[in-house]
Design a protein around this ligand. Structure first.
Ligand code: SF4
Length: 132
Protein backbone atom coordinates (compact mmCIF):
# COMPACT_ATOMS: atom_id res chain seq x y z
CA UNK A 1 0.00 0.00 0.00
CA UNK A 2 1.26 3.50 -0.88
CA UNK A 3 1.50 5.60 2.31
CA UNK A 4 1.70 9.00 0.64
CA UNK A 5 2.19 10.58 -2.76
CA UNK A 6 3.85 13.99 -2.79
CA UNK A 7 3.95 16.32 -5.79
CA UNK A 8 6.63 19.00 -5.93
CA UNK A 9 5.56 21.99 -3.86
CA UNK A 10 2.66 20.10 -2.28
CA UNK A 11 1.02 21.81 0.65
CA UNK A 12 -2.45 20.70 1.64
CA UNK A 13 -2.93 17.06 2.58
CA UNK A 14 -6.02 15.27 1.21
CA UNK A 15 -7.44 11.80 1.75
CA UNK A 16 -7.99 9.78 -1.42
CA UNK A 17 -9.55 6.35 -1.97
CA UNK A 18 -6.59 4.12 -2.80
CA UNK A 19 -8.41 2.29 -5.60
CA UNK A 20 -8.76 5.62 -7.47
CA UNK A 21 -4.96 5.88 -7.39
CA UNK A 22 -4.56 2.47 -9.02
CA UNK A 23 -4.11 0.32 -5.91
CA UNK A 24 -5.64 -3.15 -6.40
CA UNK A 25 -7.70 -3.09 -3.21
CA UNK A 26 -11.24 -3.44 -4.58
CA UNK A 27 -13.43 -6.40 -3.67
CA UNK A 28 -12.63 -8.01 -7.04
CA UNK A 29 -8.87 -7.50 -6.67
CA UNK A 30 -8.83 -4.65 -9.17
CA UNK A 31 -8.69 -0.86 -9.03
CA UNK A 32 -10.49 2.17 -10.42
CA UNK A 33 -7.56 4.34 -11.47
CA UNK A 34 -8.97 7.78 -12.32
CA UNK A 35 -6.67 9.92 -14.46
CA UNK A 36 -8.93 12.97 -14.21
CA UNK A 37 -8.54 12.80 -10.43
CA UNK A 38 -4.76 12.32 -10.67
CA UNK A 39 -4.57 15.61 -12.59
CA UNK A 40 -6.71 17.33 -10.00
CA UNK A 41 -4.42 16.10 -7.22
CA UNK A 42 -1.39 18.00 -8.48
CA UNK A 43 -0.53 20.49 -5.77
CA UNK A 44 -1.83 18.33 -2.92
CA UNK A 45 -0.10 15.82 -0.69
CA UNK A 46 -2.09 12.65 -1.24
CA UNK A 47 -2.85 10.35 1.68
CA UNK A 48 -4.39 7.09 0.39
CA UNK A 49 -6.99 5.21 2.39
CA UNK A 50 -8.82 1.93 1.85
CA UNK A 51 -11.24 1.63 4.73
CA UNK A 52 -12.30 -1.92 3.88
CA UNK A 53 -8.81 -3.42 3.87
CA UNK A 54 -7.64 -1.20 6.73
CA UNK A 55 -10.69 -2.41 8.64
CA UNK A 56 -9.42 -5.98 8.28
CA UNK A 57 -11.12 -7.37 5.17
CA UNK A 58 -9.07 -9.36 2.61
CA UNK A 59 -8.67 -8.65 -1.12
CA UNK A 60 -10.40 -10.09 -3.04
CA UNK A 61 -13.53 -10.26 -0.89
CA UNK A 62 -17.23 -10.78 -1.28
CA UNK A 63 -18.94 -7.51 -2.30
CA UNK A 64 -21.13 -5.93 0.35
CA UNK A 65 -23.99 -3.48 0.54
CA UNK A 66 -25.09 -1.09 3.22
CA UNK A 67 -28.49 -1.93 4.67
CA UNK A 68 -29.50 0.71 7.16
CA UNK A 69 -26.88 0.84 9.90
CA UNK A 70 -25.43 -2.54 8.85
CA UNK A 71 -23.30 -3.75 5.96
CA UNK A 72 -24.03 -7.27 4.69
CA UNK A 73 -22.18 -9.31 2.07
CA UNK A 74 -24.22 -9.65 -1.11
CA UNK A 75 -24.36 -13.45 -1.43
CA UNK A 76 -23.74 -15.08 1.95
CA UNK A 77 -25.39 -12.22 3.89
CA UNK A 78 -22.56 -12.10 6.43
CA UNK A 79 -22.64 -9.09 8.73
CA UNK A 80 -19.36 -7.26 8.05
CA UNK A 81 -20.36 -4.02 9.78
CA UNK A 82 -17.53 -4.13 12.38
CA UNK A 83 -14.89 -4.18 9.61
CA UNK A 84 -16.51 -1.21 7.89
CA UNK A 85 -16.83 0.71 11.14
CA UNK A 86 -13.19 0.10 12.05
CA UNK A 87 -12.08 1.24 8.59
CA UNK A 88 -14.16 4.41 8.91
CA UNK A 89 -12.70 5.12 12.34
CA UNK A 90 -9.13 4.63 11.07
CA UNK A 91 -9.78 7.00 8.14
CA UNK A 92 -11.14 9.65 10.49
CA UNK A 93 -8.22 9.23 12.91
CA UNK A 94 -5.78 9.62 10.02
CA UNK A 95 -7.58 12.76 8.82
CA UNK A 96 -7.58 14.29 12.29
CA UNK A 97 -3.94 13.44 12.98
CA UNK A 98 -2.89 15.09 9.70
CA UNK A 99 -5.24 18.08 9.84
CA UNK A 100 -7.00 16.98 6.65
CA UNK A 101 -10.07 18.96 5.55
CA UNK A 102 -10.80 17.43 2.12
CA UNK A 103 -11.27 13.95 0.74
CA UNK A 104 -11.67 12.54 -2.78
CA UNK A 105 -13.50 9.25 -2.55
CA UNK A 106 -14.78 6.45 -4.79
CA UNK A 107 -18.48 6.75 -5.51
CA UNK A 108 -21.00 3.90 -5.07
CA UNK A 109 -18.99 2.08 -2.41
CA UNK A 110 -20.46 0.97 0.93
CA UNK A 111 -17.39 2.58 2.55
CA UNK A 112 -16.23 5.46 0.41
CA UNK A 113 -19.42 6.15 -1.57
CA UNK A 114 -22.10 8.76 -1.08
CA UNK A 115 -23.95 6.52 1.41
CA UNK A 116 -20.81 4.85 2.72
CA UNK A 117 -19.87 4.54 6.36
CA UNK A 118 -16.47 6.18 5.95
CA UNK A 119 -17.78 9.07 3.86
CA UNK A 120 -20.52 9.65 6.41
CA UNK A 121 -18.05 9.74 9.29
CA UNK A 122 -15.74 12.16 7.50
CA UNK A 123 -18.60 14.48 6.56
CA UNK A 124 -19.95 14.46 10.13
CA UNK A 125 -16.51 15.67 11.23
CA UNK A 126 -16.60 18.60 8.84
CA UNK A 127 -14.43 17.15 6.07
CA UNK A 128 -15.45 18.16 2.54
CA UNK A 129 -15.91 15.11 0.33
CA UNK A 130 -15.97 14.87 -3.48
CA UNK A 131 -16.70 11.59 -5.25
CA UNK A 132 -15.20 10.12 -8.40
FE1 SF4 B 1 -11.75 1.70 -2.94
FE2 SF4 B 1 -12.79 2.63 -0.70
FE3 SF4 B 1 -13.52 0.25 -1.61
FE4 SF4 B 1 -11.09 0.57 -0.63
S1 SF4 B 1 -12.98 0.76 0.49
S2 SF4 B 1 -11.62 -0.47 -2.52
S3 SF4 B 1 -10.62 2.65 -1.27
S4 SF4 B 1 -13.88 2.21 -2.59
Amino acid sequence: MITSLKWKGAMEKVLVSACLLGVNCRYDGGNKLNKELLNKLKGYEVIPICPETEGGLPTPREPATRQGEKVLTNFTKRDVTPFFKLGALKALEKAKAMGIKRAFLKSKSPSCGEEGLTAQKLIESGIKVEWF
